[in-house]
Design a protein around this ligand. Sequence first.
Ligand code: SF4
Length: 326
Amino acid sequence: NEALISVRDLKVHFPIKRGILSRTTGYVYAVDGVSFELARGETLGIVGESGCGKTTAGMAVTQLIPLTAGTVMWKGREMGEMGRSELRELRQQMQLIFQDPYSSLNPRMRVNDILSDPMDVHGLFGGSQRRDRLAFLLETVGLSPDQGRRFPHEFSGGQRQRIGIARALALDPSVIIGDEPVSALDVSIQAQIINLLMELKANFDLSMIIISHDLAVVEYICDRIIVMYLGKIVESAAYSDLYGAPKHPYTRALLSAVPVPDPMRKKQRIILKGDVPSPMDPPSGCRFHTRCPERMAICDREIPETVDFGNGHTAACHLYTRANAQ
Ligand code: SF4
């Protein structure tokens, strides 16, 4: 399957500036050597606790964040080398859904104007097409065309996220990137929005990147998942392999917190010690060693290589490297 987006050795380091001269006194190593691909028609999940670099990694493909190193390709073309018209097309093709639908919708604009805005900017669906387009977008996300005359505050949280999704669909994109698209919503509403995203993916031939701290959310929607910890990918797998046979102790800990409806499948909850260390000064060796329940002597000395388990399932952990076997 052709890769729509291909990310190679991506690094995003944010400088920390202090004092009146704004001297750089350090860096936040938000993303530190990450590679992944998004295939056409695929939904990729990027998962980790806050501070793990998942949002920076996901957003780096939109060109909204300056890259420190590495490349991001769109259909085989390096984004950094694209001219203005190519970038414009790219912006049309790639659309975002945000965590907080309320703050991302202008409260002074009616929904129809919110949805029209991106079409005006890109000069699409103008004139007589516009009314039909607005009605189509609202109906597609489960709202009625009449509701387009209302303001964002007249809607519930779930409805506002539907408006955010309609806006993302306005330009007929091929990729949707959702940054914690359901985490601000009640659990009962989360399922509705996840179902809507799955329907849209099937009906509009979309590819998606879903960034989430919650493995229970990505389980339902993603074909493949990458797990990040302190700027690095620690495990990557098809969703069935990740949930069925997780390899990395960090993934296992995250999964142990996901509630299961079947009491026979009840798992032992793995509680991780402490918080994620600062990305300004990540731990030596395996970055997870300060919290890992399976830590070994080698772990704080050597960075684990990424081990390939087949079927695209990889994990970076000394439990599986030759260095540990010797
Ligand atoms: Fe834990 Fe060591 Fe594996 Fe890191 S390399 S996850 S510290 S066992």
